[in-house]
Design a protein around this ligand. Structure first.
Ligand code: MLT
Length: 393
């Protein structure tokens, strides 16, 4: 038996696992220390009441013979597909229910989708970006090339016509930089993908944080995107589902490559390897799209964006360069005093007991940068910025 040798090409640990190990080691060595975590983007507010109510009602249904359910639909239950389609209608995007696949979150779907693509495709990945894109392609032995994001292009790289790519990743609002593409930027990517006969994997996990109504929240708001884009979205950050797990992937019927419809291939893949997200969770997810659930989730998002403002105001006071935080829960800052990302991580952990995520963990262009998340609770965010201000003033 031979193992998949591509695993030897991965970094030893997943970025957030490395951070968690370092923090655990620090806490073991310093048991009394009060460490505040602004590292991994994990939500802290509980599920909204409308979601909990729907989840509880669905759990009770599962305990009654008349309403019990076994296996669900491979694409997800129609009630949730319809709710998602209606949500897109509000964005001016018309989707058929069969174009919407309910899954257990964007992270797994972004990795799993690679099953339908040949190993010899060239993958174009922005740098810095969410490490899952790179790692899942390395595991599959696929060739990745990178598109540089930097302060010069506001961490919003645009396509280079001279570069040939088959699979293109875009994350907007971006993780980790919080930068958001405008319509013109996304149109350039769509035109480039169409000219190259490439597919764009568009990660919209943070779309609900966009406050500026001129900014797109779905790639399908861009003309032509329905012929070359798959969109991934998640309720993790939108509605506090990081532990509950539910997301959706949109694969338009118009996506055709080599005579094959990607929607059919993805359905074939899902029906073979996935038995769907739990009924109880899908009912909870449906509640996110009711007027009550929608309002409750928006209150939580406003709270997190309030945290982002607290962090941003403090960085301004300290004259530290940063981006993000306005239409995104992430704040991406330049490490002070020319420290490297990991040096700044250690410095903050040791001297302020505050945890963030080293920018270099998101790619080489992240070196010298650092990501803070706004998903903490307000009191901790305020205490964290006070500590950082004391340390850096
Ligand atoms: C992050 O902190 O980047 C995310 O929480 C990680 C994830 O969504 O998997």
């Amino acid at each position: 038996m031979k193992i998949n040798a591509n695993f030897f090409n991965l970094k030893d640990d997943y970025l957030f696992a490395t951070v968690a190990d370092k923090v655990a080691a620090y806490k073991r060595a310093n048991p009394g220390k009060d460490v505040i975590r602004l590292g991994i983007g994990d939500v802290t507010l509980p599920l909204p009441p409308a979601v909990v109510k729907a989840m509880a009602a669905a759990a009770l249904e599962m305990g009654q013979g008349a309403t019990f359910r076994g296996y669900g639909e491979y694409r997800g239950y129609p009630f949730l597909q319809e709710a998602v389609a209606k949500y897109y209608e509000g964005k001016g995007v018309a989707l058929e229910d069969s174009e919407i696949f309910i899954g257990d979150g964007a992270k797994s779907e972004l990795g799993n989708i690679l099953d339908v693509f040949d190993k010899d495709n060239t993958v174009l990945i922005p740098d810095p970006v969410y490490p899952v894109y790179v790692d899942t392609n390395v595991m599959a032995g696929r060739r990745a090339i990178f598109q540089d994001g930097n302060a010069g292009n506001a961490f919003l790289p645009l396509p280079d016509e001279s570069v040939k790519a088959d699979i293109i990743y875009i994350c907007s609002p971006n993780n980790p930089t919080g930068a958001v593409y405008g319509k013109a930027g996304l149109k350039k990517w769509v035109d480039y993908a169409r000219a190259q006969n490439a597919v764009i994997l568009f990660d919209a996990a943070y779309e609900a944080f966009v406050r500026d109504s001129s900014l797109p929240t779905s790639i399908y708001q861009i003309e032509g995107a329905d012929t070359c884009c798959i969109e991934f979205c998640s309720l993790s950050k939108t509605a506090g589902f990081t532990g509950t797990r539910c997301g959706y992937t949109v694969v338009p019927h118009k996506l055709k490559y080599g005579g094959a419809e990607l929607n059919k291939l993805w359905y074939r893949r899902q029906s073979t390897k996935f038995n769907g997200t739990a009924y109880v969770i899908q009912r909870a997810a449906e509640a996110v799209f009711t007027p009550e659930g929608f309002d409750e989730t928006r209150v939580n998002i406003a709270y997190y964006l309030g945290n982002a403002k607290v962090i941003g105001d403090s960085l301004k006071k300290l004259s530290i360069w940063f981006t993000g935080g306005e239409n995104s829960p992430y704040i991406w800052l330049k490490c002070p005093n020319n420290l490297t990302s990991w040096e700044f991580f250690d410095f903050l952990l040791n001297e302020a007991n505050v945890v963030g995520t080293p920018g270099v963990g998101f790619g080489k262009n992240g070196e010298g940068f650092f990501r803070l998340t706004a998903f903490g609770d307000r009191e901790n965010v305020v205490r964290a910025v006070e500590r950082v201000e004391r340390l850096l003033s």
